[in-house]
Design a protein around this ligand. Structure first.
Ligand SMILES: Cc1ncc(C[n+]2csc(CCOP(=O)(O)OP(=O)(O)O)c2C)c(N)n1
Ligand SMILES: [Mg+2]
Length: 394
């Protein structure tokens, strides 16, 4: 009732008050009726006539594989967090809580598709075959991303909020111009990851406009994790985010971002739409950032702890475990095996990180501009002199 569609222009009094608009957004805290779900938080498999066909090959073995993916990326994420706390990384960006949104989308991709991440997409990187050790250099300040974006079809992380939407729209326009869209098995699509806060950026708007005007085969995949650092969703929008797509002239759909099966099915559908020429599509994966924004952030300063407790009940991994046990009679041997694999991965990440070179202190001054800049060089010299003053004290 608080969405603009409910307004009756003939009756100005039908316009909702600001309080009603906010109440409407808050009323969708559980995702709302429009939420696509194939697995409930209690682990029950549901049917959705619109999307069943995109998950009909998902049997016990594939659910086990998705479970394994999520457990391993969560463990790699927790290890990254711990390594930052121990001074081995400058910063870490946790994905905790967003495993289903990322693994579902990542596993929906075909090898020929192209992905444009922001900075939290460690789960999608995993699905593109990028080893978690390859992520560490960015956060230790030793490189800008050590994987090959063309070979992996996964671009380097983008820290500038929303900027990758322009890159993705442009890339997808290129796919269309080069005749890569069609019914053949080699048809391509692009997927672009960004957050709820990013939707307020001009770059995202421009990306939507260009993609729509050129029928670009791009899936805009918004992980609505309810927060943009300390700014809640209600400061970004008056309508559910997926509804924004209508204004640009392409479909928008909201999926339970904590349901890996629904994310897989909906993203497969959206990518197929794009590959066959019906792009773009906006997906809003409705999820929650369970940890801090980054290790530099303290969420207890701006959000209530009971909000997190509520979302713990919708944990993306637990519901899959329950489904495997209840509906597929999977025993503890499997779960113990995955846990052991996670331990091995964590140990390997740690060992790798401890053996990495220390970043040079003046690393941040390099590659600022293509050409040398006198100002940057002066700042570098000043910083190095300051740094050297500590050595003198030692
Ligand atoms: C253009 C730009 N403005 C501001 C920032 C600082 N900043 C970093 S993350 C962030 C919030 C992004 O929130 P959201 O899009 O919801 O993504 P999330 O971090 O929740 O995944 C902001 C404002 C930035 N990196 N780039
Ligand atoms: Mg966010």
């Amino acid at each position: 009732m608080s969405t603009p569609q409910a307004w009756n222009p003939a009756d100005p009094r039908s316009r909702p008050s600001r309080e009603q608009v906010l109440a409407g957004l808050r009323g969708t805290d559980a995702g709302g009726e429009e939420l696509v779900q194939l697995l409930t938080p209690e682990g029950q498999r549901l049917s959705d006539p619109r999307f069943d066909a995109y998950a009909d090959d998902v049997d016990a073995e594939s659910i086990k594989a998705l479970y394994r993916d999520m457990v391993l990326v969560r463990r790699a994420d927790r290890e990254g967090n711990a390594l930052q706390r121990q001074g081995q990384l400058g910063i870490w960006v946790p994905l905790l809580g967003q495993e289903a949104a990322q693994i579902g989308a990542g596993r929906a991709l075909q090898p020929q598709d192209m992905a444009f991440p922001s900075y939290r997409e460690h789960g999608v990187a995993w699905c593109r075959g990028i080893d978690p050790t390859d992520l560490l250099g960015i956060f230790r300040g030793t490189d800008n991303g050590s994987w090959d974006p063309l070979a992996t079809r996964f671009n380097l992380y983008t820290i500038v909020i929303g900027n990758q939407c322009l890159n993705a729209a442009g890339y997808a326009m290129g796919q269309r111009f080069e005749g890569k869209v069609g019914d053949g098995p080699d048809a391509e699509a692009t997927i672009c990851f960004f957050g709820d806060g990013a939707t307020s950026q001009g770059d995202v708007h421009e990306g939507f406009v260009w993609a729509a005007a050129y029928d670009a085969p791009v899936v805009f995949y918004c992980q609505n994790n309810q927060w943009a650092i300390s700014v809640p969703l209600e400061r970004q929008t008056r309508v559910p985010l997926y509804e924004r797509a209508r204004g640009y002239g392409f479909p928008g759909i909201r999926v339970d971002g904590n349901d890996v099966l629904a994310c897989l099915a909906v993203t497969r559908w959206a990518l197929e739409e794009c590959r066959t020429g019906n792009g773009p599509v906006l997906i809003e994966a409705y999820t929650y950032r369970m940890d801090a924004h980054t290790t530099s952030d303290d969420p207890s300063r701006y959000r209530l702890a009971d909000e997190l407790e509520l979302w713990k009940l919708k944990d993306p991994i637990e519901r899959v475990r329950v489904n495997l046990v209840r509906e597929h009679h999977v025993g503890s041997e499997f779960f113990d095996g995955v846990a052991a694999e996670a331990d091995e991965l964590a140990a390997r990440l740690r060992e790798f990180c401890l053996a990495m070179p220390d970043p040079a202190p003046d690393r941040m001054f390099s590659e600022v501009y293509t050409e040398p800049s006198p100002l940057v060089e002066a700042e570098r010299a000043e910083f190095l002199a300051y740094h050297a003053s500590f050595e003198a004290v030692d």
